[in-house]
Design a protein around this ligand. Structure first.
Ligand SMILES: CC(C)(COP(=O)(O)OP(=O)(O)OC[C@H]1O[C@@H](n2cnc3c(N)ncnc32)[C@H](O)[C@@H]1OP(=O)(O)O)[C@@H](O)C(=O)NCCC(=O)NCCS
Length: 378
C-alpha cells in the first residue's frame, strides 16, 4: 500500500480496467470469443469482413448488411497520393511499423470526419482505416523496394486484395482463406497493451486516428506484436530440425527470453496458437517449406518440456506468414491489419462510456529538499 492507500500492481497484472462487450477471454480454460462467438468458429466459418461488422455492430451481419460493409470497405481502399509520395521520401530502411504509424497520422489529416467522435463518424472512420491501413502497408513495402504500388482490386476480398497489393499476383483460394483466418485471429484480444493504449488515448477525448497511431507504437514492441518477427528470426537461425536440440539447450542455459512463448493471461494455452498450428502445418506443406513447421513443433516440445511455457498466438503465425510469402518485417504490420478491427471497436466502446484513464505511481525518488540555484550546484 502506498501513503494514499492504493496498492502497487506492477504491469497492472490482474487489474480489471474496463467493461467490454467485445472480447470474452477465459485465460484459465484457454477460451476466446468475440461478442459471444467462439474464435474457432469465426476463424473457420466467417470472413474478416464479417468479423469487422461483428466487432463494430455487436452482431454478425445478414447477407444484405455484409454486402453493404463489403462494398464500403472496397470503396475506401484508396490512400491519398501524398502518402505514397511521403513513402518515397522516407529512408529506404524505415521500419514498416514506423511507416505505418506515420501513415495513420497522415490519414487522420485527410479524413473527412476529422476529430468528430460521434458513433456515426467513428464507424465511418473505423471502416476507412481498416481498408486504408492494408493499402498503406502494401504501398510502403512496394515503394521501399523501388516498385510502384499495386492498385487495390475491387473484385477481391479484403484478405485477397491485401496479398495482391503486396506481391502483385492474385492469391489462390487456399492462401486467401489462411490469411483471412489469420486476420480474424488477430482482430481482437481484450486489454492487450496496444488496445489499452488506444483506450487510454481515447479516454482523453482524443480522436480515433490519434488513438490508433498510439496502438501501432505499442504493438511494435517485441513483448507484444513484434514477437512474431522475432520467432521467425529464431526459426531461421535454427535453420534445420537437427539443430533444435542444441539451440534449445543453449537458449535455456542462457536464460533467454523465448519469443512466441508465454502469456500474461493464458495459463492453460492460447486457443489461437492451436488453430494457427494447424494452419501453419497446411500452409508450410502446400508451399514446400515444411521444415519451418517441423522446427517450430520440435522447439515447442523442447521449451514446453523444459519450462512449461505455452506457445502464444505469435509462435505458429510466424511459419504460417513465412510460407504465405510475407516478408518477415511485415509480420507486425499484418497483425496491425487484423487488430485494427478490434482497436477501432474498443475506441468506439470507450467513447460511449468514457472515464479518463489515469492511474497513480508510487513515488520512490529523493525526499523533499531545498532548491539549489544553478551557480551553487557542484
Ligand atoms: C508475454 C510475456 C511478456 C508475458 O509476460 P509476464 O506476464 O509479464 O510474465 P513475466 O515476464 O513476469 O514472466 C514470468 C516468468 O516466466 C518466464 N517467462 C515468461 N515468458 C518467457 C519466455 N518467453 N521465455 C523465457 N521465460 C519466460 C519469466 O522469465 C519469468 O520467470 P521467473 O519468474 O523465473 O523470473 C512473456 O511471456 C514474454 O516475454 N514472452 C515472449 C514475448 C512474446 O511472445 N510476446 C507475445 C505475447 S502474445
Amino acid at each position: 500500500m502506498d501513503k494514499e492507500g492504493s496498492q502497487l500492481i506492477r504491469g497492472l497484472e490482474g487489474v480489471v480496467a474496463a467493461e467490454t462487450r467485445l472480447c470474452d477471454l477465459d485465460g484459465k480454460n484457454g477460451r476466446l470469443a468475440y461478442c459471444g462467438y467462439d474464435i474457432e468458429d469465426l476463424a473457420r466459418r466467417a470472413t474478416f469482413e464479417e468479423v469487422c461488422h461483428l466487432l463494430w455492430h455487436g452482431e454478425l451481419p445478414t447477407a444484405a448488411q455484409l454486402d453493404r460493409t463489403t462494398v464500403a470497405l472496397i470503396a475506401a481502399r484508396e490512400i491519398p497520393r501524398e502518402l505514397v509520395q511521403a513513402f518515397a521520401l522516407m529512408p529506404k530502411d524505415t521500419d514498416p511499423m514506423r511507416a505505418l504509424q506515420a501513415s495513420v497520422a497522415m490519414l487522420g489529416m485527410r479524413d473527412p470526419d476529422g476529430t468528430d467522435n460521434s458513433r456515426a463518424a467513428n464507424l465511418r472512420k473505423a471502416l476507412r482505416l481498416t481498408s486504408q491501413l492494408a493499402t498503406a502497408i502494401c504501398a510502403h513495402h512496394r515503394v521501399r523496394q523501388g516498385q510502384s504500388p499495386v492498385p487495390p482490386a475491387p473484385d477481391l476480398s479484403h484478405a485477397a486484395n491485401f496479398l495482391s497489393m503486396l506481391s502483385g499476383t492474385r492469391p489462390s483460394a487456399i492462401v486467401t482463406k489462411a490469411f483471412d483466418a489469420s486476420l480474424t485471429l488477430y482482430a481482437e484480444h481484450e486489454l492487450n497493451a496496444s488496445t489499452f493504449t488506444t483506450r487510454t488515448i481515447t479516454s482523453t477525448q482524443s480522436d480515433m486516428h490519434s488513438a490508433v497511431a498510439g496502438g501501432v507504437g505499442a504493438l511494435k514492441g517485441p513483448l507484444h506484436g513484434g514477437a512474431g518477427e522475432a520467432v521467425m528470426r529464431t526459426l531461421l537461425e535454427i535453420g534445420e530440425v537437427a539443430n533444435v536440440d542444441v539451440f534449445s539447450e543453449r537458449a535455456l542455459a542462457e536464460k533467454r527470453r523465448l519469443m512466441g512463448f508465454g502469456h500474461r493471461v493464458y495459463t492453460a494455452g492460447d486457443p489461437r496458437a492451436a488453430i494457427l498450428r494447424g494452419m501453419a502445418e497446411e500452409a508450410c506443406r502446400q508451399s514446400g517449406q515444411f521444415k519451418w513447421y517441423e522446427i517450430a513443433v520440435k522447439l515447442h516440445a523442447r521449451i514446453n518440456a523444459a519450462k512449461k511455457l505455452i506457445p502464444n498466438v505469435d509462435f505458429y503465425s510466424a511459419p504460417l506468414f513465412y510460407s504465405l510469402g510475407i516478408p518477415v518485417d511485415l509480420f507486425t504490420p499484418v497483425i496491425a491489419a487484423g487488430r485494427i478491427a478490434g482497436w477501432t471497436a474498443n475506441i468506439i466502446e470507450q467513447h460511449e462510456d468514457n472515464r479518463l484513464i489515469r492511474p497513480r505511481a508510487d513515488y520512490t525518488g529523493a525526499g523533499r529538499r531545498a532548491f539549489t540555484p544553478l551557480d551553487k550546484r557542484a
